[in-house]
Design a protein around this ligand. Structure first.
Ligand SMILES: *Cc1c(COP(=O)(O)O)cnc(C)c1O
Length: 409
């Protein structure tokens, strides 16, 4: 459980001026992180932290995974990017693998989840032009999060986003999650699609119920609407199944992936059923899209995660963490934990308590103990998105640290 540090490599060191030079777009703790291994991160003072954020749920196999390192090193020495106008063997292999595993026959690669969603929105609008007489509205949801490009922000229902960077991209009426009637009320002749996250991650880990997803599937099939799942956070094993929608059996027409797909490197994907994939040459592109280096890594990650034994381990660790969180929730008078697999959240009784607990876990490291990095996804809610490879004793350690931070002895 105690991994060893890798030897220092020859590279530029952090400078104090760097902190001023980086644009201040988020509040960051003062520690400067220099290396990681599995579920652990080290800062420049050699202090150690159990990492339950993992780069916003991207380090599928943990920090410095040998799987990712080998794929990166091997591919970097062979071919990085011949360009999106040429086929490369790694993109073809990954597209084929994703199509087989998802049942969605057509794939487009991007460098981020927001771009994949941007592509899904464009594809739906094109589908509306070609097949639905110009229908272009996409029903999305309150508290949804689809990324930070302007159209993805417009599709999002994140509180606070509504006032930023006006005017927004029009055409995204908002319905309420798990309320089929609220969706039906926003559908008309100009509607082409419904888009949602099977589990709303940024909203605080709110699950769409299986009945709701099945109801949406029926409604979309009856009305000829596209059902689009944003699986950027839920996809590739995070919820204990390969895709988050599998718990409901309600399959999508279009799905986006990101985060876990790359195991930490920037790659995301837009997948669609054959009949829906109506882009023609000139419609979509991007300089880094489908580059061989990222595709090689994603293929290695996907091969690892798609193993039934691996997914079983995710379910086992998820059940262990959920059980421990449920005991804590009961002790502090909170509702049971939210989410499933290794996408879980704990409600705390007092507003702002989540930020306080997250800060306390971080500060343990300054006192010479193991610290932890957890995400206060809302002022009163902690979110846990560990590496899918987190060990049993690491889950126990997190639970012990949480109990201590909450004064549960
Ligand atoms: C993180 C996330 C995005 C945005 O992905 P980026 O890679 O940050 O652009 C979109 N949708 C969901 C559900 C996400 O969790």
């Amino acid at each position: 459980m105690t991994p060893t540090l890798t030897p220092e490599i020859a590279a530029p060191a952090a400078t104090p001026a760097g902190q001023r030079a980086l644009m201040h777009v988020t509040h960051r703790p003062d520690a400067v992180f220099t290396q990681g291994r599995g579920s652990w991160l080290w800062d420049s003072q050699g202090r150690r932290y159990l990492d339950l954020v993992q780069g916003w749920a991207v380090n599928t196999l943990g920090h410095a995974s040998p799987v990712v390192t080998a794929a990166l090193a091997g591919q970097a020495a062979r071919l990085v990017q011949p360009g999106p106008g040429l086929y490369n063997d790694r993109a073809l292999a990954l597209a084929d693998r994703l199509a087989q595993l998802s049942g969605l026959q057509r794939v487009y690669f991007t460098a981020s989840g927001a771009e994949a969603n941007e592509g899904a929105i464009k594809l739906a609008r094109k589908f509306g032009q070609v097949h639905r007489g110009g229908a272009h509205e996409i029903v999305t949801f309150e508290n949804a999060f689809h990324g930070r490009t302007l159209a993805a922000m417009s599709a999002s229902g994140k509180p606070g986003f509504d006032r930023l960077f006006e005017p927004k991209v029009p055409g995204f009426p908002k319905a309420r999650l798990n309320d089929l009637a609220s969706v039906a009320a926003r559908v008309h002749a100009g509607t082409v699609a419904v888009m949602l996250e099977p589990v709303q991650g940024e909203a605080g880990v709110i699950e769409a119920t299986p009945e709701f997803l099945r109801g949406l599937r029926r409604m979309c099939s009856e009305l000829g609407l596209l059902l689009i799942y944003d699986e950027v956070q839920t996809g590739v094993g995070r919820t204990g199944t390969l895709w988050g929608w599998q718990a409901s059996g309600a399959a999508p027409d279009v799905m986006t992936l990101g985060k876990c797909l790359g195991g930490g490197v920037p790659i995301a994907a837009l997948l669609a059923r054959d009949e829906v994939a109506c882009f023609t040459p000139g419609d979509q592109g991007g300089t880094y899209h489908g580059n061989a280096l990222m595709c090689a890594v994603a293929h290695a990650v996907l091969d690892t995660v798609a193993e039934p034994a691996f997914l079983q381990r995710v379910q086992d660790r998820g059940a262990q963490l959920c059980h421990g969180l449920a005991q804590i929730a009961q002790a502090i008078g909170s509702p049971p934990p939210f989410g499933r697999g290794l996408l879980l959240a704990l409600q705390l009784p007092r507003p702002l308590q989540a930020e306080q607990v997250a800060a306390a876990l971080l500060e343990r490291a300054a006192a010479g103990r193991d610290g932890a990095i957890v995400n206060a996804v809302r002022p009163e809610r902690l979110r846990f998105v560990p590496a899918l490879t987190i060990e049993e004793d690491e889950v126990d350690l997190l639970l012990a640290m949480l109990r201590e931070a909450l004064g549960l002895g």
